[in-house]
Design a protein around this ligand. Structure first.
Ligand code: GAP
Length: 512
């Protein structure tokens, strides 16, 4: 399956099996807004839990918070979002389509990356076992050329954006001869800045209403509660506050399914540290977060770091953990050294001290902050798209299987009576009653058992327990494994123990 075909399949599979639906679909949907269905909500919750357990439960110096979406409007002045939370937009005069100017350039560089990957694949085929990928990438003239060109373009883009030199961003688009994907023309407008925050109003009458914003990041809820948590939790530096919740951005171009949405969920952690220690904590959180991603088992080759050329207004260092989505390597998580920008700015705007008394140094200061910030929907897309596979079986037939990491699969086991008679459904239902206290269980008696297995494969259920006539005699069942399709005969207790082992958070997170 090509990447494009895979992505199409991801969209249709997510809908067909109850993972993700377009929002308000009966009214033809709302652009870049999605609803999670009965399977999707469970997968999303499990991913959120996987993050929460690793960040909060396993770290005795990180606590949770659930701040409101609506915040005092001055928050966003202090955070810099009113003045600087902009994206550069450009319109194509022929198609009337609007684009993010920086994304047009990044997509151009993405095409150079695809060319590099193609060269590498070709060479790997040609040289076989003797192929040294690193050496090839650093010496092959064509690959080196693509790489140098891409790096130079991104460097120039970063500089122009940092200096707010929008004319140069347009010049770059023209020099690269980037065309509108819809009209195919190079007839572009000037590049303009566009603020991404959604405005709303608080209050009953138009005259007295206060202008508010829907939060564009969850982080500010943590900053304004820094002292509340520090004092009531008697927290000592270094310590972290973690939060998951909705964020809203009026994205100029929202596309690629749930990759870039207008309403999405973030999982963020602000780690408060003493000034001067930010470099070592930055390195620590980069490594820790990458390990966490690797623990999900999607393949270490599918992740890479990308250092930011253009730093956000609050950061002194920043990078992304990128994931190989079906449309290429893209940002999955951001790690930002935010200095004391946010707390100092909130001090200034609120007139309230947001300082920490350091008992060792015997002084007050504004802590520095290390942030880890991941989009839950992007994580969902990474896991879902990586897990979806079309397999050709030994007998020539094919199956669609969603090889979700068992720890986050919506349903851990499906209990299936072999036939709908001879008392098998009653026994199967009694097993469901027994298992459901420990794990998520589905029951299915419709269709032939082979078709039911296929359905559970497509839903990502890692195990099926089948109740058959032998169960009547000796109480044993067959445990079928989704990935290998192997079956083994076990007692229910043995099957339950095996499933518990396979889905245990401890086993998955132990490597951290
Ligand atoms: N507090 C820092 C912050 O918000 P960000 O890089 O703008 O940083 C963090 O966002 C993460 O949130 C991203 O890495 C991405 O996973 C997710 N994210 C950002 N915008 C998104 C969108 N429009 N749709 C889905 N996820 C998004």
């Amino acid at each position: 399956m090509s990447n494009q075909e895979l992505f199409k399949k991801v969209l249709s599979h997510a809908k067909e099996y109850g993972f993700v639906f377009p929002s308000s679909e009966i009214y033809d949907g709302l652009s870049a807004v999605y609803d999670y269905g009965q399977q999707g909500v469970a997968l999303k919750k499990n991913l959120r839990d996987y993050w929460w357990k690793a960040m909060v439960q396993l770290n005795d110096n990180i606590v949770g918070l659930d701040a409101a979406i609506l915040m005092h409007p001055t928050t966003w002045k202090a955070s810099g979002h009113v003045d600087a939370f902009n994206d550069p937009l450009i319109d194509n005069k022929d198609s009337k389509k609007r684009y993010r100017a920086d994304v047009l350039v990044e997509d151009y560089v993405g095409k150079l990356d695809t060319k590099i990957e193609k060269e590498v694949k070709k060479a790997a085929k040609r040289f076989g076992d003797a192929f040294d990928k690193e050496q090839f990438i650093s010496t092959n003239p064509r690959v080196v050329g693509y790489k140098e060109k891409g790096d130079a373009i991104l460097k120039r883009l970063g500089k122009s954006l940092e200096k707010e030199d929008l004319a140069d961003v347009k010049a770059l688009i023209e020099e690269l001869e980037i065309v509108c994907p819809v009209s195919g023309s190079k007839n572009w407008t000037e590049v303009k800045q566009f603020n991404l925050m959604f405005g709303t109003k608080l209050g009953a009458s138009a005259e007295s209403a206060t202008e508010l914003y829907l939060r564009p990041e969850t982080a500010q809820g943590i900053f304004v509660n820094f002292l509340n948590v520090q004092k009531t939790g008697r927290m000592k530096l270094p310590f972290g506050i973690a939060q998951t919740g909705k964020a809203f951005r009026n994205e100029i171009v929202a596309r690629q399914f749930i990759f870039r949405m207008r309403e999405f969920e973030q999982m963020e952690m602000q780690f408060f540290i003493s000034p001067g220690t930010q470099k070592e904590w930055y390195a620590y959180w980069k490594e820790t977060r990458l390990k966490w991603h690797h623990s999900l088992g999607l393949g270490t080759d599918n992740y890479r770091f990308h250092d930011h050329e253009k730093l956000a207004h609050y950061a002194d260092a920043a990078c992304d953990i990128e994931f190989r989505f079906p449309f290429g390597f893209k940002e999955l998580e951001g790690i930002h050294s935010r200095t004391d920008f946010d707390l100092s700015s909130h001090e200034e705007y609120s007139g309230k001290k947001l300082q920490y008394f350091d008992p060792e140094r015997q002084e007050n200061y504004v802590p520095y902050v290390l942030e880890t910030s991941i989009g839950l929907d992007r994580l969902f897309l990474a896991v879902f798209s990586n897990s979806l596979q079309e397999e050709t079986l030994e007998d020539g037939s094919s199956r669609t299987v969603l090889r979700l990491p068992a720890v986050v699969a919506p349903t851990k086991v499906a209990v299936l009576p072999l036939v709908k008679k001879d008392g098998l459904p009653d026994i199967a239902k009694s097993f469901v009653e027994e298992l459901k206290w420990d794990m998520t269980v589905a029951y299915d008696e419709k269709d032939a058992v082979g078709r039911r297995y296929r359905r559970q494969d497509a839903l990502g259920t890692p195990f099926c327990i089948t109740v058959d006539h032998q169960t009547l005699e000796d109480q044993t069942v067959t445990l079928r494994h989704r990935d290998s399709m192997e079956q083994e005969r076990l007692t229910l207790a043995q099957a339950k123990a095996q499933i518990n082992e396979a889905v245990s958070f401890q086993n998955w997170l132990r490597a951290l």
